[in-house]
Design a protein around this ligand. Structure first.
Ligand SMILES: [Zn+2]
Length: 258
């Protein structure tokens, strides 16, 4: 599979991938970090940012510092992700501690130097950016997020609250479960019937295409959406996978306005 992404790794920088449609905007800094370059031992090896998976608080804090140094970022907000549809609008006074106590699966901000990070292990992180209004969002979207249409809610919040035009938005879907591994044997009970359009075999679904569709339904231009097309479960050498590993870490996808 050809892939439009590139990786970097050096002594100073934790390994990460970036998305070409976001990289061309110089007022933006973004990355999906791989699992490499951190300090956590197995099964959280090694750049784990999950603070509720069994890894030590000290290791997670050290890994966050490595990310901040790597990206030259003063602060990174991340919330208590609950597979819900709550959205945190981060302002100048939103501290890392306040965000960490906030139950939300999406963050939006128009503040500079305010990093937004989603923690992942199979679920999607979806970065949204409005280059005209300079507004960013970062969304945690697993299958429950798709059922609750958190992506649609975030786009509507960006248009209602920040006066964004959905047609201006640029989006990137980070490594996450691919159609090869997104198996839901109980899909008849948990998915609405219209998700069948994204069913690729008896029990497998293309959640990447479903998320793209949910964005397009809110007016996002398909041509402005990049899908990494990297399945986490198929690439446990580079990313954490809950389905593949059970007890494991979380990798981080991050975005910030400069
Ligand atoms: Zn796979």
């Amino acid at each position: 599979m050809s892939n439009p992404l590139y990786s970097s790794k050096s002594q100073q920088h934790a390994s990460h991938i970036q998305y070409p449609n976001l990289s061309q905007h110089h007022q933006l800094r973004h990355a999906t970090f791989t699992r490499h370059g951190g300090v956590s031992p197995a099964p959280y090896d090694s750049l784990n940012v999950g603070d509720a998976v069994g890894d030590s608080v000290k290791n997670v804090a050290e890994n966050l510092m490595i990310m901040k140094r790597s990206m030259d970022v003063p602060r990174i907000l991340s919330t208590r992700q609950t597979h819900g549809t709550e959205i945190l609008i981060a302002g100048a006074d939103t501290t890392e501690t306040a965000a960490a106590a906030w139950q939300a699966d999406a963050m939006i901000t128009n503040r500079v130097d305010t990093g937004l990070m989603i923690k992942q292990a199979d679920c999607q992180a979806v970065i949204l950016f409005d280059p005209r209004k300079n507004v960013i969002a970062n969304v945690h979207c697993g299958w429950r997020g798709n059922v609750g249409n958190i992506l649609g809610r975030v786009v509507r919040t960006m248009t209602d609250h920040f006066h964004c035009r959905s047609g201006d938005l640029v989006a990137a879907i980070a490594p996450s479960l691919g159609p090869c591994c997104a198996e839901f044997v109980t899909h008849k009970e948990i998915f609405p019937p219209d998700f069948n359009e994204f069913r690729v075999s008896e029990n497998h679904f293309d959640l990447w295409r479903l998320s793209s569709h949910q964005l397009v339904m809110e007016g996002v231009d398909q041509r402005n959406i990049t899908v990494s097309e990297i399945c986490t479960r198929c690439h446990m050498d580079r990313f954490f996978s809950y389905r593949g590993e059970g007890v494991t870490g979380r990798f981080g996808t991050f975005v910030m306005l400069k």
